[in-house]
Design a protein around this ligand. Structure first.
Ligand code: ADP
Ligand code: MG
Length: 365
């Protein structure tokens, strides 16, 4: 557990951090969020003793970190920053191995660890291990940065806008991947961001800061439904109901989709469709192939003649998606329901706009 007690940091006459007290539970993700200049980076840098507080204390597992040598302290804390900070003249593998080397790990153990971490962050070790940072895309470099922070398996991870410098799509992928990794590793994480959606998506608890002070520290649900004051209310914005949808998985809302099989006869398909305007079409393995319009059936002799082919990544969402993603897809495509598929793109059902709306109203109450 990380315990910040009445932390203050002054730079001359600027009070960057102002009487900040905060407890971060082991194995949880605490997201520090607030406007630029509110003291987020300064707080993180005090936790790994890159800078010293003007007053106050930081305890890790009840030990005051001012009593721990900074070099030793930092071996138990992974640190990933927005600019990534990879050493440009070292390969990806050497970059990740920096801390294991400091810890005198065996060569074999180190290279095994490097491979394992590259796979964990979704990069092929054979392809990327020998590359130099300059040969990576922004998103790839960020992933190497996260792998390096995890290298010595530190119990604590500090991340300062780790997904900041990439395009929105890559950012969402990295967030999703981080959430998956964290589910597995259960690190104690303090993550800094100024992106509220990122905070809502990743946080167990959100700490909202303003001008060096902590203004609210709560679960995302509570921050969205009961903002502590006008600052938080304004910061969180007006579409709170929408934002809450990104905390709700679609799985509880999936209803049967009554698909037809591409090999079914036209008469069977007509019977399944009944009075619905259309139906989803799957192959023999249940994989989504597209859809069929009821009106087109009359002239057809086989389903494949009138199939509107559409791949799952165009029209469907995965069962791990949130209601927010489902809604975005519906709004983007102008449809009132979207199919939900499993990891093999097999159709497992659909989610409808009315269910999303109902969830919005419920969570608003
Ligand atoms: N090394 C420094 N010297 C002087 N002022 C600093 C220094 N680092 C940060 N500050 C000031 O402290 C305040 C908080 O900065 P910072 O923690 O970087 O904010 P954030 O990460 O939330 O954007 C800002 O007013 C910033 O200008
Ligand atoms: Mg900062």
């Amino acid at each position: 557990m990380i315990h910040l007690q009445h932390l203050v940091k002054d730079y001359g006459r600027t009070r960057a951090v102002d009487d900040l007290s905060l407890e971060v539970t082991a194995g949880e993700v605490c997201v520090l969020i607030g406007p630029s200049g509110c003291g987020k980076t300064t707080t993180l840098r005090m936790i790994n003793r890159l800078i010293e507080p003007s007053s106050g204390h930081i305890l890790i597992d009840d030990q005051d970190i001012s009593q721990i040598k900074p070099e030793r302290l930092r071996l138990s804390i992974g640190y990933a920053i927005q600019s990534v900070g990879l050493f440009p003249h070292m390969t990806v593998a050497t970059n990740i191995a920096v801390v294991p080397k400091l810890l005198n790990w065996e060569k074999e153990a180190t290279s095994q660890r490097v491979e394992e971490l590259l796979r964990l962050v979704g990069l092929d070790p054979g392809e990327f291990g020998h590359k130099y940072p300059g040969q990576l895309s922004g998103g790839q470099a960020q992933r190497v940065g996260v792998a390096r922070a995890l290298a010595a398996d530190p119990p604590i991870l500090l991340m300062d806008e780790p997904f900041g410098a990439v395009d929105p799509l890559t950012r969402e992928r990295l967030q999703y991947q981080f959430a998956r990794i964290q589910q597995e590793l259960k690190k104690t994480v303090i993550l800094v961001t100024h992106d509220l959606n990122e905070a809502i998506r990743l946080a167990d608890r959100i700490a909202i800061m303003s001008a060096g002070k902590l203004v609210q520290y709560d679960t995302p649900e509570t921050i969205l439904s009961r903002p502590a004051n006008k600052f938080v209310h304004d910061f969180v914005g007006t579409d709170r109901a929408l934002k809450r949808l990104s905390r709700i998985g679609v799985e509880g809302f999936v209803k049967p989709a009554n698909p037809v099989a591409i090999t079914d006869s036209i008469s069977k398909i007509a019977a399944v469709i009944g009075r619905q305007p259309s139906a989803w079409v799957v192959n023999g393995d249940g994989r989504l192939l597209g859809w069929i319009d009821r009106k087109s059936l009359a002239q057809a002799s086989s389903a494949s003649q009138v199939l509107v082919a559409q791949t799952a990544d165009e029209v469907a969402i995965s069962r791990g998606a949130t209601l927010h993603e489902a809604l975005s897809l519906m709004l983007g495509q102008g449809v009132k329901s979207v199919p939900v598929v499993d990891e093999q793109e097999r159709l497992i059902g659909e989610v409808s706009l009315s269910d999303v709306e109902a969830a919005t109203v419920e969570t608003e109450a």
